[in-house]
Design a protein around this ligand. Structure first.
Ligand SMILES: C[S@@+](CC[C@H](N)C(=O)[O-])C[C@H]1O[C@@H](n2cnc3c(N)ncnc32)[C@H](O)[C@@H]1O
Length: 199
């Protein structure tokens, strides 16, 4: 049954042509949703909307009653955020009402939304600017405000990343683990690398 559901989710994501995530990462996301059974997912940055749509499709096949919040920097900052999708932000999930869009700094907006009625059964997905300072700030803030939430961090495999911020999430995760022993950490060695922190 479990494998059938995972295959169904992978198949739907492939048919929709949602880019950017390998099968191992999709499996890891599905495994995490099964574990967390989140009432709310908070993710940033939105970009074209791939990860938000994957969460939506997986949650709907798993029959989870779950709201997805996604945050992107303001369009005025597109010039200094090289990956910003500009006016195409969120196009991949256009028309899906259960995905709530926010504009601003990801961790700030997400924690505001979390405080306004978020369940302790929440999941956070960190995929913003990938600098060590920011990812560390995001991990610390999520831990301080939502200590029972499960956290996913994307792009934690430094050796496999071609871009300049390659080491940011990896270094931030290492530092966070040195200062906080509150999580069990599991990493999927996918192309980009994804870490799951379970309290
Ligand atoms: C690697 S992309 C995210 C990909 C996205 N998760 C997907 O699956 O398509 C990084 C995004 O984070 C945005 N970003 C950078 N810093 C941010 C911040 N502090 N808050 C919110 N979004 C941020 C960028 O503008 C960019 O669109």
């Amino acid at each position: 049954m479990k494998l059938v559901v995972v295959a169904q989710i992978k198949d739907r994501i492939a048919r929709l042509g949602i880019p950017g995530y390998g099968e191992d990462e999709i499996e890891f996301i599905v495994q995490t949703l099964r574990l967390a059974k989140p009432k709310a997912i908070f993710e940033w940055g939105t970009n074209y909307g791939a990860s938000a749509r994957i969460f939506h499709e997986a949650a709907s096949i798993l029959k989870l009653d779950c709201v997805i919040h996604t945050t992107e920097l303001p369009i005025e900052l597109a010039g200094i955020s090289p990956e910003h999708a500009g006016t195409n932000t969120g196009v991949i999930f256009h028309g899906i009402d259960s995905i709530v869009r926010h504009t601003g700094d990801g961790v700030t907006e997400s924690l505001l939304a979390y405080r306004q009625g978020g369940s302790p059964r929440s999941l956070f997905f960190l995929d913003g600017d990938h600098t060590t300072e920011n990812v560390l700030r995001e991990l610390r803030w999520v831990h301080a405000v939502a200590p029972k939430a499960i956290i996913l961090v994307h792009d934690v495999s430094p050796d496999r990343q071609p871009h300049s911020h390659a080491h940011g999430p990896h270094r931030a995760l290492e530092q966070f683990r040195r200062e906080c022993g509150a999580y069990l950490v599991k990493i999927v060695a996918s192309q980009a690398g994804m870490a799951r922190l379970s309290p």
